[in-house]
Design a protein around this ligand. Structure first.
Ligand code: ATP
Length: 138
């Protein structure tokens, strides 16, 4: 492995979503977006709903993923993301996200007596995030 690359694995409870070598990594930490370059000091960070961006080796384009939280372990040349969910931008089902948004909005309107409102807000945030990433141009 080149000293100037980072091996990245993005793993969810159901699948390995990405495995490859990158030049840089950006992800949504609970305290804000963070970026990692090769040789970074080791640490572990909790993540939230947002976008993971990978810049591939010698590749001008970013690879983009929607995620909804989890943890990332940063080592000098390896990053392991244990994500609650992660979908590459191309694999996001826009209709499904739209349906999830409508369902969550309806539950928020119907209110706390009927629905778990915190859960509905979290579902809404996941839906908006997926829509934003699916529709973003590279
Ligand atoms: P839904 O109500 O549609 O299941 P959700 O936000 O509750 O949406 P999650 O619990 O975040 O769904 O994810 C469950 C699984 O479904 C995960 O594997 C996730 O990657 C996948 N998933 C959810 N929504 C989408 C989508 N719009 N496109 C692609 N995969 C999705």
């Amino acid at each position: 492995m080149s000293e100037e690359n980072i091996q990245v694995e993005i793993i969810t409870p159901t699948s390995k979503v990405y495995s490859g070598s990158v030049e840089s990594f950006i992800a949504p930490g609970v305290e804000g977006y963070f970026g990692v370059l090769p040789r970074h000091a080791p640490y572990v960070v909790a993540m939230q709903v947002g976008e993971i961006k990978l810049k591939g080796v010698g590749d001008a384009n970013l690879q983009r993923f929607a995620t909804s939280g989890g943890f990332a372990e940063i080592l000098p040349h390896k990053i392991t993301v244990l994500a609650e969910t992660a979908e590459s931008a191309a694999n996001i089902d826009v209709n499904r996200a739209e349906n999830a948004i409508s369902r969550a909005k309806k539950r928020i309107e119907e209110g706390r007596k009927t629905w778990d409102i915190d859960r509905a807000h979290a579902a809404l945030a996941r839906g908006f995030n997926r829509m934003a990433i699916a529709k973003k141009k590279l």
